[in-house]
Design a protein around this ligand. Sequence first.
Ligand code: FAD
Length: 432
Amino acid sequence: MRVVIVGGSFAGIHTAMALRKHCPDSEIILIEKQAKIGFIPSGINLLLKKEITEEKQLYWMTKEKMEAFYNVDVRINTEVASLGTTTNTLILQNGGQLTFDHLVIATGSNQQFKTISTESELIRSVRDAHLKEPLEEKIAQAQKVAIVGAGQVGIELAEGLVGQNKQIHLYESRKNLLFRYFDPEMVAPLREELEKRKIPVFLNEQVQSLVESESVTVTTDQRKERYDLVLLANHTRPDNRLWQEKLKLNDDGTIWVDDYLQTSAKNIYAIGDTIQVNFRPTEEKMYVSLVNNAIRTAHVVSRTISGKPTKDPGTYRPVGNHWFGYFLGSVGITEEESIFYPQQITKEYLTTQVSATDHQPVKIKIIQNEQQQLVGAQLQSKGNIFHLLDQFTLAIEESWTLEQLEEHELFFQPEYRMPIPFTKVVEDTHED
Ligand SMILES: Cc1cc2nc3c(=O)[nH]c(=O)nc-3n(C[C@H](O)[C@H](O)[C@H](O)COP(=O)(O)OP(=O)(O)OC[C@H]3O[C@@H](n4cnc5c(N)ncnc54)[C@H](O)[C@@H]3O)c2cc1C
């Protein structure tokens, strides 16, 4: 059996690895249009913050390792140009053809802006950091920088740039920073940190046009400003035009898939950032651009191809990060999106401290359903909360109540755990 996977990033690479385990005798071909596989999209921030120093650290996997350890035929600098569904054939840009028994589409997503050409020099997406003239050089030359999008990527970029003494402006079309994952009061300290560093955040401002000449003019419904450089950190979207003639797409341009992640064509699957997935708390189909989502869908598809048809359960959307001195984490629904939840929800605020020895307070907002089961949690602290985020993710996945979570047995070490339960807080003091 020959399985061809298109896209050498999180979803594609994980599919190849899992398939080697599930179908040891299959021929696995991984196609990537770039010269390297395994690019880390947040790599540019890590470079800016000097957390990595070498170009090779921008990649978490290599062609050589995939070939040596997983016996996968990796074809780099190879771009798919079109698909023949009746003949099970891929036509490549270099004129070649490749037939398959099963095809996995893992071509991911990009930051896009309506009228921007790929040749643009002063309007850049962090995703292309490794493709053109290194973005670090453009950043070094720029004094005034606009970041379009105040989600995970935009805030991360602002943090990377602030250490470089730039004038930074953040544009966000929604009324809240990180609106997808957090209610406003949970990110209020982050807004204060941005204000302290004199980074204006233009909330509720949709960027309408970006015009490049010597500089870039950013126009919104409320202002017009010129910048030396514009960094696109708006929500990513897949560009599925390549597949649209042969495969059914959803209205938002994602590839339509069934519960098994099979597309409208037999034996052709789509995963990762190319599709919508089930958001488990609300059973709503949504676009979730996260690495955990890419990895989960890769495993689902590998099992199905190996002859064990497996439905994709969907995601609880856990995310976590560390920005401007704050650790933030979120999983499940927020209060703002609870209108889509079929039951009445209640919210509660809890506190704890990071561990028995680290007294940094942790603020937690939980969302519970009518059976008191946890359906959402948001965490915020100056100390590391990622172990707690993992616990809440498990609790939500298992439909536990807060009491069940507190009674769950975990190892104890004073540097890593707080031995007493969470304390309920009567009223939130940071309401926006
Ligand atoms: C700056 C940034 C930071 C992020 N940080 C995080 C984070 O901390 N945590 C997290 O969970 N998520 C993060 N994300 C989201 C995460 O990167 C994506 O969800 C994830 O990369 C999706 O993986 P994927 O394999 O589906 O697609 P992609 O990573 O988009 O990869 C698709 C691959 O397919 C290749 N390809 C495309 N078309 C073709 C073709 N025609 N022929 C051959 N090859 C092709 C591309 O070159 C690419 O290598 C971040 C995103 C960005 C932009």
